[in-house]
Design a protein around this ligand. Structure first.
Ligand SMILES: *Cc1c(COP(=O)(O)O)cnc(C)c1O
Length: 434
């Protein structure tokens, strides 16, 4: 009783809050490791590499847990690649898939990383042209990210594959890229399409077919087909997670079909972020105030952390599960346990943060309006916990707005609680100001 999911429950929340003060992120090591093992067990035809898209959560301790399980890394920037290296992950286990166009010193630094084994996934013609001479001279095979012109995402704004987004080399430019590569003698041994985050499994399967067609037609040297991330997780009770076994079986069948047709065995790669960490993280806050906007208005719960810890509701109207835990550590309400004796009654409220910003809410509809949620009524001083917060919360935070300091990150493992990032101090917040 009292567990939210995995090892984390109201008792751990209370212990961690008493020791470290709120607000903070709380991660479950065993849940992360379990997700890694499930991914590595995906069916595949000729080998599988699972890369963790580290932009989801870039904390060094989290990276270490994941790499110990045998996952490699997808980095979205050169600094992410450097952070992975600082966590002890060798460059040969990192692919760089970035919007950056490094020049001068950064270009030299990229070349050093590539010499150390980093795989460079070119995402634009300019990136390809800039690395061309180096790749040709050093005989380094490149990866290429294709923009397929179609995509999928939990919301339109998270679809990275359609014509309203700009990630990868669009099919429209493929001939130019291939022509340049041919002229220079550059080989693409790795083809990559990532169509979007939290996407729909049908689109994910369609993408496999699309990508294999592109590889068959244009990439005679490809050894690896990367199908990207976007394996959906179910944050809310009414959501359905991707069936990664089923997707793996589908990919296996298609890769075997590809082999029969072409006599080429392609290794498969996936690069999930959400799937690895999203459900293994929580944000622990305290209710610091309660307000009501008139007789037929809304109830508001003011929490001691909001958009600066989780900006996803504001960015995509994302929904996260809520838990109410009393001051003494009793679980009063869980979105997953409505009928389980935790009295929800008829109380509804909007949990908001302490920023002076209307969008600082943990429950917004797609028009950006506050959406009350059913729960048990907490008292001021009770804990309010936001689930599904392991991915794209800490790493994506507008953290110093209103001069609130970056929150601590705490890891729960069977050995106990451990701070894996200290709370920022006000001095640190101001440190670089003149
Ligand atoms: C963000 C991203 C991912 C991870 O997406 P998830 O939805 O977190 O699985 C994978 N690959 C690339 C290139 C990305 O940009």
């Amino acid at each position: 009783m009292g567990n939210f999911s995995g090892m984390i429950g109201s008792k751990v929340v209370l212990d961690a809050a008493l020791e470290h003060g709120t607000p903070f992120y709380l991660y479950d090591e065993q849940a992360i490791a379990g997700n890694c093992r499930r991914l590595l067990a995906m069916p595949n035809a000729y080998g599988l590499t699972v890369r963790y898209a580290m932009k989801a959560n870039s904390n060094r301790s989290i990276l270490k847990i994941i790499s110990r399980q045998g996952l490699k890394i997808d980095a979205s920037s050169m600094n992410e690649a450097r952070r992975a290296a600082a966590a002890g992950i060798p460059y040969k286990d990192i692919i760089l898939t970035t919007q950056e166009v490094p020049c001068d010193g950064e270009m030299l630094s990229l070349q050093e990383m590539i010499k150390s084994g980093l795989k460079y996934n070119v995402c634009s013609l300019r990136q390809l042209f800039n690395i061309g001479d180096f790749a040709a001279a050093n005989k380094v095979a490149l990866a290429i990210r294709i923009h397929p012109g179609v995509g999928s995402g939990e919301s339109a704004s998270r679809n990275t594959g359609d014509n309203y987004s700009c990630f990868g080399i669009h099919l429209y430019d493929l001939d130019k890229a291939l022509g340049f590569a041919k002229e220079k003698g550059i080989v693409f041994d790795h083809v990559h399409i990532h169509i979007g985050s939290g996407g729909d499994p049908i689109a994910w399967r369609d993408n496999i077919d699309l990508e294999l067609n592109i590889i068959e037609r244009h990439f005679p040297d490809a050894l690896t087909a990367s199908f990207g991330g976007g394996l959906k997780v179910a944050r809310m009770p009414d959501e359905e997670a991707a069936d990664i076994e089923g997707l793996g079986r589908y990919a296996k069948e298609r890769l075997e079909g590809f082999f029969q047709k072409t006599n080429r065995r392609l290794e498969m790669e996936v690069e999930p972020g959400n799937y690895v960490v999203a459900l293994a993280g929580f944000i622990v806050t305290r209710v610091i105030d309660k307000k009501k906007t008139g007789g037929d208005g809304l109830n508001f719960l003011v929490l001691d952390g909001g958009m600066e810890l989780n900006t996803r509701p504001l960015l995509y109207a994302a929904r996260h599960p809520f838990y109410v835990v009393s001051k003494s550590g009793d679980l009063l309400y869980s979105d997953f346990d409505d009928a389980g004796g935790h009295s929800a009654g008829s109380y509804t409220a909007v949990p908001v943060g302490k920023c002076c910003e209307t969008g600082d809410s943990q429950s917004l509809d797609s028009a950006g309006l506050n959406l009350p949620r059913k729960m048990a009524e907490p008292e001021v001083g009770d804990f309010f916990v936001i689930g599904g917060a392991g991915a794209y919360c800490s790493s994506m935070s507008p953290m110093n707005y209103n001069s609130h300091v970056q929150a601590a990150e705490v890891l729960y493992s069977p050995g106990g609680l451990q701070v894996i990032r200290r709370r920022q101090s006000l001095e640190q917040l101001m440190a670089n100001e003149a």
